[in-house]
Design a protein around this ligand. Structure first.
Ligand code: ATP
Length: 226
């Protein structure tokens, strides 16, 4: 039986811009089962990045709840030291984040970047080199991020995420900075590994082909909820 990994209930978030209140996410409800993938789509400004930021605790909701592995994150969580610390710990250990531009530390080699992320999540860093090999960049382990291509950096970012053995991966336009062929290759690796290691995946994208690789679709442009 599949278990629910993530449950989002009645989630709302607005921003204030000058005198204007801009509602971005309104009463959003959905669940994601373990091992499932969900594409977040919708026009520019529909709230895809905002939702990812809420899910990893970088933004606080105005209302509603996010529940993952028994931890509840809601409007009051950021203000409560204990709850904020619990969510930060969950994020560090269980939520891997991939952005459009690989967020590697420039002063560390690719291998050191992967090791660092694994250690931060409390995992054994001994497998870090294997992860680079699985991502097809094993021979670049000793290079620094500025000594490899954008596609290779993105593969290293994926190696970092998988080395932390996350329960959930949040990806914001993970192939958006890559040429078409490299984007397709990186997307294939992401989907293959996500399926093999049974992590949840929430992927924000404007790319219909990439979205089609996910099992579910959530269109924030239509404010629909699954
Ligand atoms: N910190 C902030 N302060 C004020 N407004 C914000 C803030 N962050 C986002 N917004 C606004 O919230 C709305 C949603 O932004 P968001 O970045 O989530 O959209 P998106 O769907 O990811 O867009 P894109 O596809 O262009 O990346 C936009 O109108 C944006 O201007």
């Amino acid at each position: 039986m599949t278990e629910s990994l993530l449950a989002v209930r009645g989630l709302s978030k607005h921003f204030v811009s000058g005198n204007e209140t801009v509602p971005v996410i309104e009463k959003l409800t959905f669940t994601l089962d373990q091992g499932q993938s969900l594409a977040l789509v919708g026009r520019s400004g529909s709230g895809k990045s905002t939702l990812l930021n809420l899910l990893c605790g970088l933004e606080s909701p105005d209302a509603g709840t996010i529940v993952m592995q028994g931890q509840v994150f809601d409007a009051g969580s950021a203000a409560t030291r204990e709850k904020a610390a619990a969510w930060a710990s969950l994020r560090r250990q269980q939520i891997g984040v991939v952005f459009q531009e690989a967020n590697l530390m420039p002063a560390l080699t690719l291998l050191e970047n992967v090791r660092f992320r694994a250690q931060l999540a409390g995992r054994d860093p001994a497998n870090s080199e294997d992860w680079l090999t699985r991502l097809d960049i094993g021979e670049l382990a000793q290079r620094y991020p500025d000594q490899v291509s954008g596609g290779q950096r993105q593969r290293a970012a994926l190696a970092m995420v998988f080395a932390m053995e996350p329960a959930l991966i949040l990806a914001d336009e993970p192939t958006g900075s890559l040429d078409r062929q490299t984007a397709a290759e990186v997307a294939q690796v992401l989907f293959d590994l996500q399926a093999r290691y049974c992590c949840g995946l929430i992927l924000a994208t404007h790319d219909a082909e990439l979205a089609a690789g996910c099992q579910q679709l959530l269109d924030l442009g239509h404010l629909s909820a699954l």
